[in-house]
Ligand binder design. Structure first.
Ligand SMILES: *Cc1c(COP(=O)(O)O)cnc(C)c1O
Length: 395
């Protein structure tokens, strides 16, 4: 039995090892992430393009993803939590790392120690950050101000930001890097809410005439020039998700999830498959894959969609269980779909958006939930390969 570290850098030997230890693995194409970033950077023209790498880069691994993006030219990184920023700092010593939730109360000094830039979302966070600046007495501290323009989640209410802007003494303690807001319908072209939010943002940012501005997420980047401002913050598009709903996806796929068939059995008499017997068949063949909802293969996929074996669509048969799922391989030619064969769960046209549609969710949730038990294999020239030689042929 091979014991792998939770993330292991790549090549046939690593795949071999992962296959033997779990029978399922996740390939993350760092080259594709870098190309996706470059694509967005071209689209943004004069505007800078950063990267949302919160939630461990949407489940794909913030350190390797961050390093690949840095090498591609990305300099601005957005995390949700202070702890995520502190962890990323170890991988990216020179990056600009912004903490979207701001520093938790009482942890402002830690934020500064790690060289992280807090996004200040309300008057409390503003006064705590300014309080630190006063105590330090070493001049203004870097910060981003987040204004809510209709998302109604984080960010200053318009009234509060107007009040803050007027307080010259307070503002003198901020080295204000950006004024930002976040779109609630950025992934829908032509949604009236986008223009509403952009106009509100355009007006409110004038309270800080010297500060640069940031509005666009992935979708926002595709809503046209007026949405670009000075810095964009894409996430899902970097990871291969469709930036706009219902439109062709220009991004390269990044994630591939493979699982090796554990067992295949011939069904010769009518039976049901899995918990609660929800899949019935009279005869045929059923193969078992070692992935389940603990690995992020959502239970909502029960009896929805398919995996690929030798390019053939093999429908999910019955309930997805915690560690296992059955697929119907009856349509495969005789002798195919046996034990040890590799099924593609994500990849080869099964996009994260397609899987999301089957599961009744979005691509974000599909990749964020890919479990820690799946070994991540990083591919592409941005991966520091630690392989010496290809695997010896088995038997
Ligand atoms: C997550 C997030 C982003 C990235 O959004 P995508 O839709 O993944 O491009 C940008 N800005 C903020 C404030 C976010 O929370």
């Amino acid at each position: 039995m091979v014991n792998l570290p939770p993330s292991f850098i790549v090549g046939p030997r690593a795949i071999h090892a992962a296959a033997r230890s779990h029978g399922a693995w996740l390939e993350v194409d760092l080259q594709a992430i870098a190309e996706n970033w470059k694509h967005l950077a071209r689209l943004a023209g004069q505007a800078a393009v950063g990267a949302a790498v919160k939630a461990d880069a949407y489940g794909l691994g913030a350190a390797p993803v961050g390093e690949a993006l840095w090498q591609a030219g990305c300099r601005h990184f957005f995390v949700a939590h202070l702890a995520e920023g502190a962890a990323l700092r170890a991988a990216l010593p020179y990056a600009l790392i912004y903490v979207l939730h701001g520093a938790p109360e009482g942890f402002e000094a830690d934020c500064l120690d790690y060289g992280l830039i807090p996004v200040l979302n309300n008057p409390h966070q503003l006064s705590a950050w300014v309080g630190l600046a006063r105590r330090m007495n070493r001049g203004p501290l870097p910060a981003v101000l987040h204004i809510d323009t209709g998302m109604t989640r984080l960010g200053f209410a318009p009234r509060d930001i107007q009040k803050a802007a007027k307080d010259r003494e307070l503002m003198a303690h901020l080295d204000l890097r950006y004024v930002m807001s976040h779109l609630s319908c950025g992934d829908e072209r032509g949604h009236p809410k986008n223009e509403e939010q952009r106009k509100a943002f355009h007006k409110l940012r004038r309270l800080f005439p010297k500060a640069e501005a940031s509005l666009a997420n992935s979708g926002g980047l595709f809503q046209g020039r007026p949405y670009h401002y000075d810095l964009a913050r894409p996430g899902i598009a970097l990871y291969g998700g469709a930036p706009l709903m219902g439109e062709a996806n220009p991004m390269r796929p990044v994630v591939r999830l493979c699982a090796q068939i554990l067992e295949t059995r011939d069904i010769t008499e009518p039976t049901t498959v899995g918990y609660s017997g929800t899949y019935k068949l009279k005869k045929g063949r059923i193969a078992i894959l070692p992935v389940g909802y603990a690995d992020g293969l959502m239970r909502a996929l029960s009896n929805k969609g398919f995996a690929l074996v030798q390019g053939v669509e093999c429908p999910y048969a019955g309930r997805v269980s915690m560690d296992l799922v059955a697929i119907d391989v009856s349509r495969l030619p005789e002798g195919a779909g046996g034990r040890g064969e590799v099924a593609t769960v994500i990849g080869d046209g099964i996009t994260i958006d397609r899987l999301a549609e089957w599961a009744g969710t979005n691509a974000y949730e599909i990749i964020c939930r890919l479990g820690p038990r799946l070994t991540r294999l990083y591919t592409g020239p941005y991966a520091n390969s630690n392989e010496e030689a290809p695997p010896a042929p088995s038997s």
